[in-house]
Design a protein around this ligand. Structure first.
Ligand code: TZD
Ligand code: CA
Length: 530
């Protein structure tokens, strides 16, 4: 007789899932018992870390990741990380152990009360099976929901006494099911879009994270080269869809309504692909579009399409749609834009200016390195100075929730063992999920974490200026020794305060084949005040 446990693991196997990211509690032990040899359990010491690692793994591998959390408390700890996963279209199957069915109604300790309501609205589907026999069906539906376009997290709450129950014979048919999203543009939509693009005088492309997620950066390059047009990265983009040293590259758009209109002024057609229109942050009232401009977008996400305040949107899968545009638009008869000049080298200071830090990192890092960014006040400098060239080279918290970069870096390195992952993170952000260091050490996942220490929440100081507010408390974070924290979790550490020390510590870290943390003091408000 097959149990619910047997069939569920078989279902995971059949769907190419062999890693479970978790932090266990009593409700979860029956799911984890007799853990099969062909699966790997990746332990995170806090649930924000667990979901962050799984998120990074899912984003970088393009595969679903299963997460196992402890009831309501574990889910609660994971919610910030879930906000990021939701916004980055990350296919996470999040499971939480529930109390024994016999004791749920009396609310015994560790009952997840109204479990399916807890993770909403940050999941595509949330469910607690009504019977044990429904568990494999729920897993099957969860996998297909999470991985179909637009991908996203789903949540299952499973009573712990379900696992040993006999499985329904019919659930075996689930093992062979496939669901595939295959949405290209229909003929009429393609014709409409192509004639609009062909008749534009001065079009511009705005590309978002889903181009990178769809493995379609090469297609985007071909489209830009046919249109000979400039390319902007969409505001707040959590991935890099276009090479930063390509002649068409113009930078990342700022996240204010008026600034975007100003920068896109002069274009009569704005073509947005694989991004929300737009992901604003600071409120800057103004016109959504420059005078005389029209906007069209292609997105895989119905929410993105319907919530945009302007322009027409087409719902399609990004890679086939981009391919259709590439095959059908007319090649424009003009030259590619002139490339942006390389930014000036800034004067060498002590502590280092962020510009010097990024120039040094760029010169020593392998060309196919992967950067996970959570250094919030230096994001524009990063986009100007790093040569991001290949698919999957850049990740950032898609909901702006700090605590993403350290664990996501671990998950990304796990998914991409052949590429060096650098987590570039502020001294403020480093404290939200620092326990990720332990997982990196214990599983020997050789991420290089670089902490930029300016003693403050720099981005919030900038934002206070935008809002015109003064005398705000709680903006400084002095006196944290990250090297000692790293050593405490079993990660080797380096202090690097000059370009040469930074270069050497990166080389040493890479040669060691082990994770490392490099603390770099950087120029901050204390210096600027002098
Ligand atoms: N808490 C969480 C979970 N997410 C957030 N985004 C914030 C608080 C607010 N916040 C920002 O949006 S940026 C920032 C905070 C606290 C400062 C981060 O400081 P840092 O980097 O030292 O990491 P910079 O370069 O000094 O800004
Ligand atoms: Ca800082």
């Amino acid at each position: 007789m097959k149990t619910v446990h047997n069939i569920t693991y078989q279902l995971l196997r059949k769907n190419g899932i062999s890693k479970i990211f978790g932090n266990p509690g009593s409700n979860e032990l029956p799911f984890l018992k007799d853990f099969p040899d062909d699966f790997e359990y990746v332990l995170g010491l806090q649930e924000a870390v667990v979901v962050g690692i799984a998120d990074g793994y899912a984003l970088a591998s393009g595969k679903a990741a299963v997460v196992n959390l402890h009831s309501a408390a574990g889910t609660g700890n994971a919610m910030g990380a879930l906000a990021n996963a939701w916004n980055s279209h990350s296919p996470l199957i999040i499971t939480a152990g529930q109390q024994n069915r016999a004791m749920m109604s009396v609310e015994a300790l560790l009952t997840n009360i109204d479990a399916s309501a807890l993770p909403r609205p940050l999941v595509k589907w949330s469910h607690e099976p009504a019977t044990p026999q429904e568990v494999p069906y729920a897993f099957s539906r969860a996998i297909h929901t999470a991985t179909s376009e637009a991908p996203g997290p789903v949540y299952l709450s499973i009573p712990y006494d379900d696992w040993d129950k006999p499985a329904d014979k019919a659930s075996e048919s689930l093992l062979e099911r496939k669901v595939k999203s295959a949405r290209a543009l229909d003929d009429e939509s393609l014709q409409t879009l192509v004639s609009q693009i062909n008749s534009a005088v001065n079009p511009v492309l705005v590309l978002g994270a889903d181009v990178d997620a769809a493995d379609a950066n090469e297609k985007a390059i071909t489209l830009a080269e046919k249109l000979k047009c400039p390319v902007w990265v969409a505001p707040s983009a959590p991935r890099c869809p276009f090479p930063t040293r390509h002649p068409s590259f113009r930078g990342i758009l700022p996240a204010g309504i008026a600034s975007i209109s100003r920068l896109l002024d002069g274009h009569d057609l704005i073509i947005v692909i694989g991004a929300p229109v737009f992901r604003y942050h600071q409120y800057e009232p103004g016109e959504y579009l420059p005078n005389g401009a029209e906007l069209v977008s292609i997105t895989c996400d119905l929410n993105e399409a319907s919530r945009a305040p302007m322009g027409n949107a087409w719902l399609a899968d990004i890679k086939p749609a981009l391919n259709q545009l590439v095959m059908n638009v007319a090649e424009r008869n003009s030259d590619l834009p002139s490339p942006l000049p390389l930014p000036d080298v800034v004067e060498l200071t002590s502590p280092l200016k962020p510009e010097t830090f990024f120039d040094t990192l760029n010169s020593v890092a392998p060309k196919n390195a992967i950067y996970v960014n959570e250094s919030t006040s230096t994001t524009n400098i990063l986009w100007q100075r790093l040569d991001l060239r290949s698919q999957g080279s850049y990740y950032f918290a898609a909901a702006g929730g700090l605590g993403f970069a350290m664990p996501a870096g671990v998950g990304i390195q796990l998914a991409k063992p052949d590429r060096q992952v650098f987590v570039v993170i502020g001294d403020g952000s480093s404290n939200y999920s620092i326990q990720a260091l332990w997982t990196a050490a214990k599983y020997n996942i050789p991420v290089i974490f670089i902490v930029l220490k300016n003693g403050t929440y720099g981005a919030l100081r900038w934002f206070a200026g935008v809002l015109g507010v003064n005398n705000v408390p709680g903006l400084d974070v002095p006196d944290i020794n990250f090297c000692r924290l790293a050593e405490g979790y079993g990660v080797q550490s380096f202090q690097a305060n000059t370009p040469e020390q930074l270069r050497q510590s990166i080389i040493d870290a890479q040669h060691s084949g082990k994770p490392a943390l490099i603390e770099v003091e950087t120029w901050g408000p204390l210096q600027e005040g002098n």
